[in-house]
Structure formats: C-alpha cells, structure tokens
Design a binder for this molecule. Structure first.
Ligand SMILES: [Zn+2]
Length: 160
C-alpha cells in the first residue's frame, strides 16, 4: 500500500499531465517533433521539454513541461495509430505495420508474426523510431499490446 502510493506520487512528479485529458505524458525528444510536425508548425516548437499523450480519446499529441503549449493530431504529417479508431491505424512506422494487418492475420491464422518480423528487420536494418514513430520510442511495446488484445479477442470467440 505504502509502496503503491509512493509509486503513484513519483509518477505524478516526473510526468506532467496532458492539459486536455489529464493523462500522464511520456517524455519525447524534440527531434521527433521536428520530423513529424507539418513544416509550417515546426516554428511553433518552444524551448521546453515535450511529452506525448497516449490517450486514445484525446486530440492532443504533444505538450510541454509547463502545459502551456501543445500540438494536436491534425498538426502531424502521420496518423497516430494509438489515437485513431478508423483504419489505417499505423503502429510500426519503420516497417509499416498497422492494427488492421495484425487483426487480419490473427483472424486468418490464429497467430501473429508481426513481432518476429519487426525484430528481424531491426537486426538487419535497425530502426528509426525516434524520427518516424510519433511516440519517439521503439514501437515494440505498443505492437505487443495490440497483438495481445487481438489474441484475446480471437480466443474468446466461440469455435464452430
Ligand atoms: Zn491527452
């Protein structure tokens, strides 16, 4: 209990909350913003730490430490897969994987090869998540979550 409380408090201290939805932000490098914001929006980047909001329902993608500046979905050159509920929902920006493709494979075969595929490509070519993925970090965790979700859905379907 005490440990849990401490954990939550330290999370609060270290992660500013999204000014739109209140979700704890994830730090993101300014390089990511420079590469993914629309060219005319890049001048609006201020000299502050930026955070990514991963809430599906929230329009805000990036916001600053002091929560005074933010960028919304329409100011990016790519679709933010974790914030979309219509296709295509990209999740791996380096090797072009979408939520739809993961679901389709699982519906068809009962399993997913996407993680292996990404790892294989990473070994050969490396990845550029910092400049291609709006989250600015490796996509594997996000992809894994979608695979898990799709597998649970697939297994809970009644078999004929
Ligand atoms: Zn938000």
């Amino acid at each position: 209990m005490a440990i849990e409380l401490k954990r939550i408090m330290s999370l609060n201290e270290s992660s500013p909350r999204c000014p739109s939805c209140g979700n704890a932000g994830k730090p993101v490098k300014v390089a990511t913003l420079h590469s993914l914001l629309l060219p005319e929006k890049r001048d609006h980047i201020v000299n502050q730490g930026y955070y990514f909001c991963s809430s599906a329902e929230c329009d805000t993608v990036y916001f600053t430490d002091n929560r005074e500046h933010s960028f919304v979905k329409s100011e990016l050159t790519v679709r933010v897969g974790v914030k979309e509920n219509t296709s295509p929902r990209p999740v791996c920006y380096c090797f072009n994987h979408t939520v739809e493709e993961i679901n389709e494979e699982i519906t068809r075969t009962g399993k997913s090869s996407v993680i292996d595929d990404i790892k294989e490509h990473m070994k050969k070519e490396g990845c550029s998540c910092e400049t291609k993925n709006p989250q600015g970090s490796c996509c594997l965790k996000t992809v894994e979550n979608y695979v898990q979700e799709a597998l649970v859905r697939y297994r809970s379907k009644p078999t004929r």
